[in-house]
Design a protein. Structure first.
Length: 444
């Protein structure tokens, strides 16, 4: 027995000696990823098989710190609606201590490329009063560009650019002072050809920022979009200040008479005239910032029906729905719709504006198929907006039923969808309080 115990002790000691021979990390590096494939579905970013983040187009993951070893970083995505995820890219990478890596997914979804931007992590002295900026070019539609960062009253001039770059490139970091500055992108060598311009922004001292310019998607008004990524991992959209926001008005209050809508205090010229129940306008440009809206009876500016204040940002699309509350008063729901197109499937969202009907189950079933044995796509309460539903291309029938019934109050309403389509659906009352109707708007 004593010999057996001695042998076991020897084996354990040998095992410990073997473990101690494993490499020890000398530090950690920082890893983040950016999805720069337009119209792509959400992409799963992984270290080996461990999920780090899910990235829509133009999104960046928060930075994650890992020991200075070798890893495989993987990207997975759904390539065909209704199927599982496929590994679309994999890149081996040796992480070095105190170094920052940005992995950028570019190109075609079925055969993407992964760019690697790496740089030493910045160590800040508490006395420093500057910030660090890197600018990158991820807009496939653009050629070579010049980048300027200057006070709002300073126009771009030849020789003043902080750098020139082409698609896929990132500029070396530059240190800049923290007073408010405007970012401007122009064609290379032509400072008068402005392609993009932000509002004046204040950058914080002792911080590192990455700015990336992308081609816009359907949720943007301007042709380009810029994302500001901080070292801490936050991502902020910076719309082009030269493009005003749009707004779409939806009249879902059956008790409200036809109305004119004004943005000017003196009510001199309506931006929408004779807005009747069930009407859904196209996109209408308005000023960015705080805006006071006034609804009056059509043709009678003295008969105010509703007043509402909203705040919009440059370059965004917005919806404003007027509906009737359960107490019979008028109210509004203001929101920014998600109109982003995805290449492999269609997308649908729904606003429940039918005041005669409470919680509803919403069905989207194959055309001419009964709902008797099927589950709803989602449930929604009155005056609420649904999330965005992904649907395979095809023909569907829409139904709305009370949550405790299979008897439709609305539908069937035919919905024919192609890959990439984006539709906004509004559930509205009809003249018959027992029924409702679907109004369908296809995103431009």
């Amino acid at each position: 027995m004593i010999k057996r115990l001695l042998c076991l002790a020897a084996l354990l000691a040998a095992g410990c000696a073997e473990d101690s021979a494993l490499p020890n990390p000398t530090g950690k590096g920082l890893i983040r990823a950016i999805n720069a494939i337009p119209a792509s579905p959400a992409v799963s970013f992984r270290i080996e098989e461990r999920q780090l983040d899910t990235l829509a187009y133009k999104a960046a993951s928060p930075g994650s710190r890992y020991d200075d070893f070798d890893y495989n970083f993987n990207f997975d995505a759904v390539l065909e609606a209704g199927t599982g995820a496929t590994r679309i890219a994999s890149i081996p990478l040796k992480v070095d201590a105190d170094r920052e890596y940005t992995l950028v997914l570019t190109g075609d979804l079925t055969a993407p490329d992964v760019l690697v931007w790496d740089i030493d992590e910045r160590e800040w002295d508490e006395t420093e009063t500057v910030f660090e900026l890197r600018f990158s070019h991820l807009a496939e539609s653009l050629g070579e560009v010049d980048v300027y960062l200057a006070p709002a009253d300073v126009d771009p001039v030849a020789g003043a650019a902080i750098g020139t770059l082409t698609y896929g490139e990132i500029l070396p970091p530059v240190d800049l002072t923290t007073e408010q500055k405007v970012l401007t992108v122009t064609s290379s060598g032509n400072p008068a050809d402005v392609l993009y311009r932000t509002v004046a922004l204040t950058y914080s001292a002792r911080n590192s920022y990455l700015l990336a310019v992308f081609d816009s998607d359907e949720s943007d008004v301007a042709p380009l979009s810029v994302r500001l990524v901080t070292a801490a991992g936050s991502v902020t959209a910076l719309p082009d200040v030269r493009y005003p926001p749009n707004i779409r008005f939806v009249q879902a209050a059956a008790s409200m008479p036809a109305a004119d809508i004004y943005t000017d205090e003196l009510l001199t010229s309506p931006i929408v005239a004779n807005h009747a129940f069930g009407d859904i306008t196209g996109d209408i440009a308005i000023a960015a910032g705080e805006e006071d809206l006034t609804y009056t009876a059509a043709g009678n500016a003295g008969a105010v029906l509703l007043e509402e204040g909203i705040t919009t940002s440059s370059g965004t699309n917005n919806n404003l729905v007027v509906f009737e509350t359960t107490t019979g008063t008028l109210d509004t729901r203001y929101y920014v719709p998600d109109r982003r197109s995805i290449s492999i499937y269609a997308r649908m969202s729904l606003f429940h504006g039918a005041s005669n009907h409470g919680n509803q189950n919403i069905y989207a079933v194959d055309a001419d198929q009964p709902i008797t044995e099927l589950l709803p796509r989602f449930a929604i309460g009155y005056s609420n907006l649904s999330g965005t539903l992904a649907l395979e291309p095809g023909s569907y029938d829409l139904y709305a039923t009370p949550t405790n019934s299979k008897t439709p109050v609305a539908g069937p309403t035919r919905l024919d969808l192609l890959a990439g389509d984006v539709v906004e659906v509004f559930l509205l009352d009809t003249v018959n309080p027992a029924t409702a109707q679907f109004s369908i708007v296809t995103a431009p």
